[in-house]
Design a protein around this ligand. Structure first.
Ligand SMILES: [Zn+2]
Ligand SMILES: [Zn+2]
Length: 298
């Protein structure tokens, strides 16, 4: 029996997911998302398995689901004018090789620790019960995770460009000088673990310190981080890209330069670390550094 809800006294016989959902629909104190979440855990009936299956499926669905539109756009000539490195459209063979490698890594490397996530959550007190926390609490946590993950990513990614670390670990990710969505997770297992720790480890530490975190918050955070990573590798810059409205957002414009020039542009979501520490990539970075110098000299 799942511990997702505290009181099943009004529930009638459940043999399918639809039955489970119908029971949760009767609980007026829960919103639609909470009812779906509760119905899922109740239907599965084994919380450890339910969390493992949920996180594995969410990762696969949203990673490949987000890559798909970019793979389609690559095949439509109209969009070529928005491609940052327009002379380098990834070949079908390159994309296929990348897909095979990413899938192998998902099933052989990432699937394993995902099954230990539920016991870990229980140990440190990450809740998975319904109802969820307030939206304000979740928004604050997502903002904190984005800022801290970006700092983690900046320093460890910068470290991965150092001599031996680059040669034996990070070089794999730089195989594609002009990235495409699928290449986001094309990396050495050590890199996947190290940078993945920024995504998963930060919420864990947050919960250990504050004692407040819900698995749904973590789930949405992982989806947002997947979208950020895939979009940063998309290779496309549009007039409506997010960084035009949020100037500190990194996006593909920032990360494409990193793949193109190899040096500089180490952060994941935001531009501030590279800006303040003068590590922006390519001619744009050089121009910004010169402008900063000129301002200082005035
Ligand atoms: Zn790099
Ligand atoms: Zn990259």
């Amino acid at each position: 029996m799942s511990s997702v809800y505290h009181d099943y006294s009004t529930f009638s016989n459940v043999t399918s997911f639809a039955d489970s959902f119908a029971n949760f629909r009767q609980l007026d104190n829960l919103n639609w998302f909470e009812q779906i979440w509760g119905a899922y855990y109740y239907y599965i009936g084994n919380d450890l398995f339910a969390t493992g299956l949920l996180f594995f499926s969410v990762h696969e669905l949203f990673y490949f689901g987000r890559c798909l539109p970019w793979a389609i756009i690559d095949r439509i000539p109209y969009f070529n004018k928005y491609k940052i490195q327009d002379e380098k459209i990834p070949s079908n063979k390159e994309q296929w090789e990348c897909l095979k490698s990413v899938l192998t890594s998902h099933f052989l490397v990432e699937a394993f620790p995902i099954w230990f996530f539920h016991p870990l959550c229980q140990t440190i007190g990450i809740s998975y019960q319904v109802p969820f926390p307030s939206i304000t609490e979740m928004l604050i946590q997502w903002a904190v995770f984005f800022v801290l993950e970006d700092a983690w990513h900046y320093w460890f990614h910068r470290g991965l460009h150092y001599g031996v670390f680059y040669k034996y670990i990070h070089k794999q990710h730089h195989r594609y000088a002009a990235p495409f969505g699928l290449a986001a997770e094309y990396a050495h297992p050590v890199e996947v673990a190290l940078l993945g720790l920024g995504t998963v480890g930060i919420p864990i530490v947050w919960c250990m310190i504050t004692g407040k975190l819900h698995l749904f918050t973590v789930c949405i955070w992982i989806v947002m981080r997947l979208f950020q990573a895939v979009d940063a590798h998309s290779g496309y810059e549009f007039p409506w890209s997010l960084h035009h409205f949020l100037p500190f957002w990194a996006g593909a414009d920032h990360h494409d330069e990193h793949h193109h020039y190899f040096i500089g542009g180490y952060a994941s979501s935001f531009r501030w670390w590279d800006y303040v520490l003068g590590t922006e990539a390519g001619p744009k970075g050089k121009k910004q550094r010169e402008e900063k110098m000129n301002k200082k000299n005035l």
